[in-house]
Design a protein around this ligand. Structure first.
Ligand SMILES: [Fe+2]
Length: 220
């Protein structure tokens, strides 16, 4: 279970796959460094910061983002950067699936055609937007509350949590995410990452949001 609604002490997300299962798109070594080194450091750092601020130990990650203005000025950056690092990494890792279906079907597939023209066009646009991230950040494929599909990028560990978008796929554009396996070849990284996106999960997410909209439209 992801950490968004959990509180201190934060614990790492257990992945549904082993580092070896992402091979050959990612080497097990690179996945382990990403998970054990980078992701875990955000967990450990947030827990360490909260040692000094016991008043926030009952807050969920979601509350850190939504009640940001209530945080002490000196605690705000350390908390938000680490909470963002946890949220974004869990988003990234939890939307990957080894040997998943190569592209979505059903309502999501129809929406992809409506918004991008084709699955291939969506992929190209996603990669193009991800490559525009300057420095560190993320590219997210999201579903808006109106069931629109959009590509949104963010800098550093800024999150989309306050915008009511539901993320269905994420590309970590921090150098640590690709450098061990792909060095400066960011496009190769993104092409391979794209093939690991979990379209089955994305279909279910999209259908749930779409269902709510249909009820709203028809006034049920
Ligand atoms: Fe990362």
């Amino acid at each position: 279970m992801r950490n968004l609604h959990k509180t201190y002490p934060f614990e790492p997300l257990q992945l549904n796959y082993t580092p070896e299962e992402l091979s050959p798109k990612f080497s097990p070594e690179a996945v382990k460094v990403h998970y054990n080194g980078h992701y875990m450091s955000y967990i450990n750092n947030l827990n360490a910061v909260l040692q000094d601020y016991p008043e926030y130990r009952g807050w969920t990650l979601d509350e850190f983002f939504s009640r940001e203005s209530e945080l002490h000025a000196e605690a705000r950056n350390p908390i938000l950067r680490n909470a963002g690092g946890i949220f974004n990494h869990e988003t990234f890792f939890s939307h990957l699936k080894p040997e998943g279906k190569p592209e979505p079907e059903g309502e999501l597939a129809d929406a992809v055609i409506e918004f991008f023209g084709s699955f291939e066009a969506m992929k190209e646009e996603f990669i193009a937007e991800a490559l525009k991230v300057f420095g560190s950040g993320y590219a997210f494929l999201v579903v808006t509350p109106q069931s629109w599909i959009q590509i949104i990028t963010q800098s550093n560990q800024d999150t989309l949590s306050e915008k009511n978008y539901t993320i269905i796929a994420a590309a970590d554009m921090w150098e640590h995410a690709y450098y061990l396996d792909y060095q400066n070849k960011k496009r190769d990284y993104l092409e391979n990452l794209w093939e690991l996106f979990d379209w089955e999960q994305a279909e279910k997410t999209f259908e749930t949001i779409n269902e709510k909209n249909k009820k709203f439209e028809f006034g049920f």
